[in-house]
Ligand binder design. Structure first.
Ligand SMILES: *[C@@H]1O[C@H](CO)[C@@H](O)[C@H](O)[C@H]1NC(C)=O
Ligand SMILES: *[C@@H]1O[C@H](CO)[C@@H](O)[C@H](O)[C@H]1NC(C)=O
Ligand SMILES: *[C@@H]1O[C@H](CO)[C@@H](O)[C@H](O)[C@H]1NC(C)=O
Ligand SMILES: *[C@@H]1O[C@H](CO)[C@@H](O)[C@H](O)[C@H]1NC(C)=O
Ligand SMILES: *[C@@H]1O[C@H](CO)[C@@H](O)[C@H](O)[C@H]1NC(C)=O
Ligand SMILES: *[C@@H]1O[C@H](CO)[C@@H](O)[C@H](O)[C@H]1NC(C)=O
Length: 457
């Protein structure tokens, strides 16, 4: 109910204002009034300064809010109690395991990442960061051309370790890695396995300072040694080495607005009239559980002794990560690393702070950006794709499904007939989710969001 009114307000607001966030990069840092560079390369405050905030591209190294250290834990998805929308999350990982963007749903004690028509899908990011360690996720992917399911580790300086699944290649898990988001088209490798839509498989990333192992159902699918990643030009290891969030996502690689390379990679444009849309109102990927086992190093790199990770240099390498005591929490969605108390409602709910008037507070995604450095050959100039293929024989032992191959559920028509949007069988909540995406995707007028988000807390 609160939600409905919030989004009604936002929808109205967004049509009135057309604020435009500034872009940020290594060569164009954010300005002081919107100091935080989001995962998507735009400047803002609030959620822009939380998970994904890139200290190298922000106004200062201390603009981003510190990142909660690793916690060893198994997450099952019996409810959404510890999943918090990125429009409400303020950095307290003791109360939130996952920060969501989009429309996560629970179905039969599993988490569904959903992607309804006109949405950019759903993304869940862990509230805590892994600095090396082991993470495994048991899930079934979505399907269909242009539909991408992903399970990745992504650091704030854009080190990345990936599993990605294209909805038309259901017998392949694509693996990849990036160092600081530098687009290299030669780091991919495939793992063959049985139908990822119909079978649960357990996908594992075992990450140490010297080696990354991708395992599916306990079998090694790929190994990468740091020793093999030396870049003689830059004199650096092009190897993921900084604290990273676990990200689970379902996103439309096949959106017309994406780069042609991404669309081709994703198997073509998304069909918004596919059977899954007709039957359920959305595409979906089904996550059963995620287990994080921290690396627990006794000395850096890879410790989780204190409360938070920050960086002490724009180099963004493992030796610039500080495992310290800086606070991870802001008081409102206009807070920043250097002004965490901004907007604190000391008197009443009135929005006191002037700086919020034009700042964006919740970063939005567009279709092609759901996983950090997801560049694809062909998006911007050409690149030769030289990569290896690792194959493991996988019996269907991962399968715990009951056999039916489609339409195993329908959640849509629960009687909530919301006024707006399309004629598909989406529930009211789903439609809200979709319109939320549209609002956040466009430029959002921050002060309103901040106030509204505080009201909703
Ligand atoms: C930011 O970058 C996007 C994509 O390159 C571009 O379309 C947009 O105009 C840029 N915005 C600003 C404010 O420079
Ligand atoms: C962490 O806290 C210390 C002590 O308050 C401060 O000097 C430092 O700038 C903070 N670091 C970051 C990256 O915020
Ligand atoms: C992985 O598989 C996909 C689809 O099956 C294919 O297009 C791609 O070229 C393969 N990548 C590698 C690195 O072999
Ligand atoms: C950490 O970074 C430094 C500086 O780039 C490098 O010399 C060292 O090998 C790195 N160590 C690991 C474990 O990646
Ligand atoms: C080395 O680093 C440069 C600069 O980031 C990059 O352009 C190049 O592709 C890298 N070389 C290799 C072999 O990865
Ligand atoms: C790290 O410590 C946690 C908490 O004590 C423990 O549960 C976990 O098994 C440890 N992980 C490793 C790899 O030692």
């Amino acid at each position: 109910m609160v939600r409905a009114s919030i989004f009604a307000v936002l929808a109205t607001v967004s049509t009135v204002f057309a604020a435009s966030g500034q872009n940020c990069s290594l060569t164009q840092l954010c300005p002081s009034d919107t100091p935080c560079c989001s995962q998507y390369g735009q400047c803002g405050v609030g959620a822009y300064c939380l998970g994904g905030c890139d200290p190298r591209m922000s106004f200062g190294l201390d603009s981003c809010v510190a990142a909660p250290v690793c916690e060893s834990k198994t997450y099952d998805f019996k409810n959404l109690d510890r999943v918090t929308s990125n429009t409400k999350y303020l950095g307290d990982s003791s109360e939130t395991d996952w920060v969501s963007d989009g429309d996560p749903q629970i179905y039969n004690d599993n988490l569904l990442l959903t992607m309804a028509p006109d949405s950019v899908g759903t993304l869940l990011a862990s509230s805590t960061y892994m600095w090396y360690g082991n993470v495994k996720a048991t899930f079934k992917t979505s399907r269909g051309q242009g539909v991408v399911t992903a399970f990745i580790l992504l650091s704030d300086v854009k080190d990345e370790i990936d599993y990605e699944f294209i909805g038309v290649d259901l017998d392949v898990a694509q693996t990849n890695y990036y160092f600081q988001g530098i687009p290299t088209y030669s780091h991919g490798a495939n793992i063959s396995l049985s139908d990822t839509f119909n079978n649960y498989h357990t996908y594992e990333i075992d990450w140490t300072p010297d080696q990354i192992t991708w395992k599916v159902n306990d079998e090694i699918g790929r190994t990468l040694k740091r020793a093999d990643t030396w870049n003689a030009t830059t004199n650096q290891w092009m190897y993921p080495q900084t604290p990273a969030r676990v990200q689970l996502s379902l996103w439309p690689g096949g959106l017309a607005s994406n780069g042609q390379g991404t669309i081709d990679w994703a198997g073509g444009l998304v069909d918004w009239n596919a059977a899954d849309i007709k039957n359920n109102g959305y595409y979906y990927a089904t996550f059963q559980s995620v287990t994080v086992d921290c690396f627990n190093a006794t000395s850096a790199p890879g410790t989780n002794d204190e409360t938070s990770y920050t960086y002490n240099s724009v180099a963004g390498t493992n030796d610039t990560v500080v495992d310290g005591k800086n606070s991870t929490i802001i008081k409102s969605l206009i807070g920043t690393g250097t002004d965490p108390d901004a907007g604190a409602s000391s008197a009443s709910g009135s929005s006191s702070s002037a700086p919020s008037a034009t700042a964006e507070t919740v970063p939005g995604r567009s279709g092609g950006e759901s996983s950090g450095s997801d560049n694809h050959a062909g998006d911007s100039g050409s690149s030769s794709q030289t990569a290896s293929t690792a194959t493991i024989a996988t019996d269907a032992s991962g399968s715990t499904s009951t056999g039916s191959s489609d339409g195993q559920f329908s959640q849509g028509g629960s009687g909530s007939s919301s006024s707006s949007s399309s004629s598909s069988s989406k529930s009211g909540a789903e439609k809200l989710g979709a319109s939320q995406e549209k609002v956040l995707k466009g430029s959002v007028f921050a002060g309103i969001i901040a106030v509204v988000a505080m009201m909703a807390l």
